[in-house]
Design a protein around this ligand. Structure first.
Ligand code: SF4
Length: 368
């Protein structure tokens, strides 16, 4: 765990001195290659129609999956971004990226991708937060099925099915029968005390816990195990890039009955996948053991003006020659800002002004 992440979740940190500028569907980031729009799927849920709209807007560029399981579309014009958001608002469905009023979910709501039982609580949390402007974009809410997959993200608020609440990765002992109600109560408790803070660890878990103790029982933590249901396939787009062809095949598989879930570890899970799904995705995404499974990278040059080098091109060449893709996760970046560095133990491979790379190994929490 990095020094910042190692800080006790109960210890408050300094308040932020600048506004939250996380991009969304309507609030875009002005990047060197145009407007960047971000869409936060509810528990990863993405319909075929939404995927096709995103891919069409990206044109020949790949869609990007973020470390929170969001979709990013880069290189948009302002009008193109508005048109994309408007088109997504018309798609509908149980957990749309944007609802009919054009409202997106202001923060990330992630959920274990393999278990349908987490879908409803994730939807309930997202529906309650959708369109609100008092929720910081950096806030991360997770609904875990008991497998620990999204619990490992150390989200600001995590509820494990069975009702156990974690704040900033720390078990609280607080439980509730309704996981969505528990998660929402924790979010509201954080919003009530957050001031300018974006994350629970900035105000300290104790400040969030205090009002919850009055309304939810405190019991010993119990781990609830659930079994994956249906025919599962998990595929890995390299560096989270889903190109036009891959998006089309995934959308087709969705049309044929597969349920698509994108994950915070930049994969796509297909529940009830057709028998030939793996073969059809072969060559478009990684469908088996792959050196890319431990690799991530920032966007680098030429799409980021701050980058000292073409990070993704350099990384592809390193993988091709067997110089990257070991067991330790590695995150390649074009400058010292190290955007997108994942949680946990990781080697940060950083481009320098001289055109070389230096590697910094960051320790992390070891899961039991
Ligand atoms: S790490 Fe540096 S080069 Fe990479 S996206 Fe961030 S600012 Fe750009």
């Amino acid at each position: 765990m990095s020094a910042a992440r190692r800080r006790d979740a109960a210890a408050p940190a300094a308040a932020r001195d600048r506004p939250d500028a996380c991009p969304g569907a309507w609030r875009r980031h002005d990047a060197a290659d145009g407007a960047l729009a971000r869409f936060r799927p509810v528990g990863g849920a993405t319909s075929s129609a939404e995927l096709r709209l995103l891919a069409a807007a990206a044109d020949t560029a790949p869609l990007e999956l973020t470390s929170r399981g969001s979709w990013q579309v880069r290189g948009l014009s302002d009008q193109g971004a508005d048109d994309l958001a408007a088109a997504l608002s018309r798609v509908g469905g149980e957990a749309p990226l944007l609802d009919a009023r054009g409202r997106d979910v202001p923060c990330s709501v992630v959920a274990s991708p393999r278990t349908p039982a987490v879908d409803a609580p994730a939807r309930a949390v997202a529906d309650a937060l959708r369109g609100r402007d008092d929720v910081p974009g950096r806030l991360l809410v997770a609904i875990d099925d008991g497998s620990g997959d999204v619990l490992g993200l150390d989200a600001d608020v995590t509820v494990v099915l069975g009702g156990t609440l974690y704040l900033a990765g720390t078990p609280t002992g607080i439980t509730g029968d309704d996981p969505a109600a528990l998660a929402l109560a924790a979010v509201e408790a954080f919003l009530a005390v957050r001031g300018d803070a974006w994350r629970v660890r900035e105000v300290g878990a104790d400040a969030v816990l205090e009002p919850l103790r009055e309304h939810f029982p405190v019991r010993e933590h119990r781990k609830v195990l659930t079994s994956p249901e249906g025919k599962l396939l998990e595929v890995l787009p390299r560096l989270g890039e889903v190109d036009t062809l891959a998006a089309a095949v995934l959308a087709d598989l969705g049309d044929e009955g597969a349920t698509l879930r994108v994950t915070p570890w930049r994969t796509v899970v297909l529940r009830d996948a057709p028998a030939d799904a793996r073969a059809r995705l072969e060559g478009l995404v990684e469908t088996g053991p792959s050196p890319w499974s431990t690799l991530s990278a920032c966007v680098g040059a030429p799409r980021c003006a701050k980058s000292h080098t073409d990070v993704r091109g350099d990384l592809a060449r390193a993988v091709a020659t067997g110089r990257a893709g070991g067991l330790l996760p590695a995150h390649w970046v074009g400058c010292a800002r190290a955007c997108g560095t994942p949680a946990g133990p990781v080697a940060v491979v950083e481009g320098t002004p001289g055109g070389t790379y230096r590697t910094i190994v960051r320790a992390g929490k070891v899961s039991p």
